[in-house]
Ligand binder design. Sequence first.
Ligand SMILES: Cc1cc2nc3c(=O)[nH]c(=O)nc-3n(C[C@H](O)[C@H](O)[C@H](O)COP(=O)(O)OP(=O)(O)OC[C@H]3O[C@@H](n4cnc5c(N)ncnc54)[C@H](O)[C@@H]3O)c2cc1C
Length: 475
Amino acid sequence: MSAHDADVIVVGCGPVGVMASLRAAQRGLSVVAVDRDLEIYPLPRAIGMDDEIQRLFQNAGQSDQLSDCSTPMGGAEFLDADGNRVIGMELPPDHRGPSGHYPIVSFDQPSVERFLRAAAVETGVEMRLGAEVTAVTGDQPDTDATVTLRDGTTLRARWIIGADGASSTVRRLIGVVLDDQGFDEPWLVVDTTKLDAELDLGTLAQQHCNPERVVTVVPGHGTRRRWEFQLGEHETRDEMLHPDRIAELLAPWGSPAQLLVDRAAVYRFHATVAESFRRGSVFLVGDSAHQMPPFNGQGMCSGLRDAENLTWKLAQVAHGLAGEALLDTYDLERRPHAAGQVEHAADAGRLINAIAEGGAESYEAGYGGGRSFPHLEAGVVDGSHPRVGHPLPQPSVDGVLFDEHLGDGWAVVGATAPDLGPWADLGAKAVTADPALFPGMLDDGAVVVVRPDRYVSAVTTDLPATTRRILAHFQ
Ligand SMILES: Cc1cc2nc3c(=O)[nH]c(=O)nc-3n(C[C@H](O)[C@H](O)[C@H](O)COP(=O)(O)OP(=O)(O)OC[C@H]3O[C@@H](n4cnc5c(N)ncnc54)[C@H](O)[C@@H]3O)c2cc1C
């Protein structure tokens, strides 16, 4: 009998913890997931999800469920004090991002968490609710990984994933501190349901960079819409949460008869990154590892990238296909990537303020401003091809998205069937593709090595040498 209760204990069943649980279980790990609350938090915080993360839902077998509770967003723009567009873009309904899905959808967070939990349990995750973690071990060398619950129960696992949110108990218990990236602003967030079908609020996310008050407006799923109002220096939480004050703030867009307020809350938007995403056998994912202002809709998306990155590595080690050294690449890959997104989100917030104050030197930090999205610069990646460290583009062939041909693990894609060599032992799949589907990637006999998380590990004409370098991480 195993000395462990599970391969992995996931602490926290928010969106990131539940996705980590589901993906770990889908990859053959035994998982116990615990959450101190009995119910899913009923009100949405995250509202927007990008193309790459919709692809993750596709690969987790959850695309249809996501479609049922999401709505494509028509684009985004920054407006100056006179309401003129400074930067922005429209996204036509048939537009697809590089990962093969609509570039951004709004979604209903509680609905997403509900179907993810159901899928996790169906896949074999043991979910314990009303179970608060009060102690953790495993962060020090040669110590067992355990969590202790408030009722005194101790659970033992090979690894622990701390997905317990911004005030993470796991992070505190393993002594990891947050590095502050220098952004800290109080904002009022108001979610509404549109009651008046005639009221036209458009389909764009908008940053109103008005010196009188900076406001973000985000179309939600269906008839929902979110407003975020920057608080002035002397405005208090209680004053801003008063229904009359909220009605006054919403008045430029609609009356109380037209807009039903579902929730209002004051948040401090800040920008932090944990000094390390790993201590021993304990890993941090999601808000426990990084927090960012919501202007780019990337907080949860970043956490879901953590979950996907970590779980395929844990699975390879658990199945004896790689040594523990592979797990060192989790922090190496994810921390700089997440830090890049935190910086980008904070810069978007600074840009909003700069436009409101009368101008900005550069619009690079804003939507369509041209700054490139972070990619993996180190870790299980090899070579200098510009696609390395980015998700493999996902074309659709005869209505079938390309990932459906890739299988669940590693894949080597070539214009003709690639000779897998050592990749065969890792269960990799050899896939042939028309080079026209992947411009600049499959020319002159080059093949693409694709990781289980769909990131490009290498584009190479010398697969044996590339393989030796990549597999050095697996020792
Ligand atoms: C106003 C706002 C707008 C946002 N918009 C977006 C957006 O559009 N797109 C986007 O990607 N992100 C957005 N975000 C960020 C997003 O909401 C968070 O990044 C995401 O919810 C974090 O998920 P998580 O699973 O890491 O943590 P959480 O959702 O906080 O979940 C943590 C879980 O851990 C549990 N827990 C805590 N402590 C313990 C313990 N000791 N024992 C057991 N369980 C415990 C909690 O009960 C909770 O269920 C937004 C955030 C805000 C505030």
